[in-house]
Design a protein around this ligand. Structure first.
Ligand SMILES: [Zn+2]
Length: 454
């Protein structure tokens, strides 16, 4: 598919070179180049004075990427572009078509899959041409299941928390006084939360982004799914035209659209990030259809009640020190909350467009305070309601088992030795020893096992 597209692109380039453009100056200027480095790809963004036609193709021996921009000139020094950490060793330019068209050539250090698309102007930037270079990355190894490998309760699985710092890269999010950007503040809070959860036994935090690059809203929830996340928390800071607007808020997915005017406005703003950051060829119209269906499903799933429970818990902790926008958890149709099977919440940590709140949000101490409140909310929920076969579940059950440990257990269909061990709060090796079992762990339905004291 890709090869065919590249061949076709080459053909179009050939056809274009036969086409004689209008006389006069260049229609567009390329006046700046930015580079964003993500773990799996590098994004090069060319700032343009106006919309352009462009063609992308690759050349081999050595590997190069060629970007032909019709009726354009380069008004920027490519030598000053910082390419460190990117798969590109050199960018150079030339002209084609009697000096009318611009050709940009990228020499590559490694094999990449290129993708290009145009971005329309937003609050911060004008017309842009985006070139994404995807690295060949090995697919993430599937998480090993705790039951198969649990030698002792300590090996039970951790509760995975997907921490999502909103925006990033080309998408700054809301911008406050002194050009303080939402994407920077929320990454700071996300990292603090990550550090807190890392220190807490039974939890395994994972960041959807750990740098200044853009991830589409869809791939944020996809990443959470790949992580086998037990919960997804997206961290944001608000922006509003009226600088008096203030207050933090905690959001869960609404069963049907936004629950208030403010909610609708916010929902539109967060959803439009996909247009800002760019996922070529995807229209919001399609998304609304999908979203509508998912919303319907969502209302019937248990993850919604878990989301609300976690959100309440976080809201309560935040309200101890922060001014809250509403007295309760709010609901909206944010795309990032639409995972039907992962409890998902979105935290707006305050208005970055408000002077007082921006000053707080900028400070490391306040970012930590925010992270602590989110952490406390998450911990309270999962301590009360730990998912099965997690270390936290074992702890909770183990305490109960200590009060009345059954001295024997009759094996039923589907039991495994490690599950029986964790359920009774004893180690697998102790259970084996008490019953004279080998490492083969063969047990029979109806067999009565001695349960040693934990
Ligand atoms: Zn945001």
């Amino acid at each position: 598919m890709r090869n065919r597209m590249i061949r076709r692109a080459g053909l179009i380039v050939l056809l274009l070179s036969c086409w004689l453009g209008t006389a006069g100056g260049y229609a567009a200027e390329v006046h700046n180049v930015r580079v964003w480095i993500a773990p799996d790809h590098a994004r090069l963004v060319f700032d343009l004075s106006s919309e352009v036609q462009h063609k992308l193709f690759t050349l081999k021996k050595p590997d190069r990427i060629v970007l032909d921009v019709s009726d354009a000139s380069l008004q920027s020094n490519l030598e000053t572009v910082d390419l460190s950490g990117s798969p590109v060793s050199l960018i150079r330019s030339g002209s084609r078509n009697g000096g009318k068209d611009l050709r940009i050539v990228l020499d590559l250090k490694e094999h990449v899959k290129p993708k290009s698309f145009a971005l329309k102007p937003n609050d911060q930037y004008g017309h842009r041409l985006v070139l994404d270079l995807y690295r060949d990355v090995a697919p993430e190894a599937p998480q090993k299941t705790a039951v198969a490998s649990a030698d002792d309760p300590a090996a039970l699985r951790d509760i995975v928390i997907a921490i999502d710092a909103g925006h990033g890269g080309e998408d700054p999010g809301a911008i406050g006084p002194g050009r303080v950007k939402e994407k920077t503040v929320v990454l700071g809070i996300a990292r603090e939360l990550n550090a807190l959860l890392q220190k807490e036994r039974g939890f395994q935090p994972k960041l959807t982004r750990d740098g200044d690059y853009y991830i589409s809203l869809r791939s944020r929830t996809e990443r959470a799914r790949k992580m086998n996340a037990d919960m997804f928390v997206s961290i944001h800071a608000d922006g509003f035209r009226d600088h008096r607007a203030r207050g933090a808020s905690v959001w869960v997915l609404s069963p049907r659209g936004a629950s208030s005017e403010m909610g609708r406005w916010l929902a539109q703003k967060e959803n439009s990030a996909d247009l800002i950051g760019g996922v070529g060829g995807v229209s919001l119209e399609d998304k609304d259809d999908v979203l509508a269906k998912v919303l319907l499903d969502m209302s019937m799933t248990a993850s919604r009640s878990d989301s609300r429970d976690i959100a309440h818990s976080i809201h309560k902790n935040m309200s101890k020190f922060a001014k809250m926008h509403k007295k309760q958890v709010e609901q909206a149709g944010f795309v990032v909350l639409k995972s039907p099977d992962i409890p998902s919440i979105l935290v707006e940590t305050g208005f970055i467009t408000n002077h007082d709140e921006a000053a707080k949000l900028k400070s490391k101490a306040y970012q930590r305070k925010m992270a602590e409140a989110i952490f406390a909310g998450i911990k309270a929920h999962f301590s009360a309601k730990p998912p099965a076969l997690t270390w936290l579940a074992w702890q909770k059950e183990g305490r109960g088992a200590a009060r009345a440990t059954p001295s024997s257990y009759k094996v039923v269909r589907g039991d495994t030795l490690s599950v029986i061990a964790s359920r009774n709060g004893v180690s697998l090796s102790a259970l084996r020893k008490a019953n004279g079992l080998s490492n083969a762990d063969q047990i029979l339905v109806g067999q009565v096992l001695k349960i040693p004291a934990s």
